[in-house]
Design a protein around this ligand. Structure first.
Ligand code: ADP
Length: 228
């Protein structure tokens, strides 16, 4: 699903960001990536989304070798991913329904399918009564749930969530991770970047810690809510 082999990455201005990263995430896993500011978390995400290319080593995601992928294949590759960002990135001029439908429209899905699929996913995310609202008319936690719905609507095998709780109230952060955990239990692989140690301690699970561009820890930790 995700395979980084001996990956190093240096920005154009010669700032080294990643130093010989080896990371393998299997289908069906839920993994946290943690690390302090400047550790290299965003750089890993940029490589996984093919916004940047590794300086050395190989990056494979969903069967695509991202070192060798041709430019014209990149949109096809990106459609195999659901991505959730810290700042939601909803389209302000579209209502909740159309923000989610947008992901389907770019794949040429039929209107009939969109009319059944979008309400189904909004319902799953607890947003059934918000379909006609615009992003500025709902809370931060709700906006992030819309972003999750948009990431999910194409049923991608892998969801990458980059600090998804960074802009929502602390009590709602747990709700967002609960939703991600539920999605994972249905078979979707999830990689979630966070700097919130409380969340990781609460949920537990595979935790990959990055420091100074290296993986310094990659193990399962027990969560406080285990057995709940
Ligand atoms: P994190 O996401 O964990 O905060 P980053 O991946 O953003 O860390 O940063 C890793 C290193 O790369 C840091 O030293 C940072 O200053 C540097 N860096 C990040 N973005 C850029 C950029 N666009 N150009 C140059 N250096 C960068």
């Amino acid at each position: 699903m995700i395979d980084l082999v001996d990956v190093s990455f240096t920005y154009d201005n010669q700032t080294p960001a990643l130093d010989n990263i080896n990371l393998h995430v299997d289908k069906g896993e839920f993994a946290f990536i943690v690390g302090s500011s400047g550790a290299g978390k965003s750089s890993i995400i940029k490589l996984l989304l093919r916004e940047k290319v590794a300086t050395s080593g190989t990056v494979t995601v969903n069967g695509y070798n991202l070192n060798e992928i041709k430019a014209k294949k990149i949109p096809e590759f990106r459609r195999t991913l659901g991505v959730v960002f810290q700042d939601f990135r909803l389209i302000p001029t579209l209502n909740v329904f159309d923000n989610v439908a947008f992901s389907l429209r770019v794949t040429d899905a039929s209107n009939r399918y969109i009319r059944s699929r979008v309400p189904y996913i909004l319902n799953l995310m607890g947003l059934a009564d918000k379909a006609k609202r615009f992003p500025h008319e709902i809370s931060g936690g709700e906006q992030q749930r819309v972003a999750l719905a948009r990431a999910l609507v194409n049923d991608p095998p892998l969801i990458i969530a980059d600090e998804p709780t960074g802009n929502v109230d602390p009590e709602l952060s747990y709700e967002i991770v609960d939703l991600l955990k539920g999605i994972n239990e249905c078979g979707t692989t999830i990689l979630m970047v966070t700097h919130e140690h409380d969340i990781v301690r609460h949920f537990g699970g595979r935790t990959i810690s990055i420091e100074h561009g290296k993986v310094v820890f990659d193990e399962f930790i027990g969560g406080r809510n285990e057995g709940k």
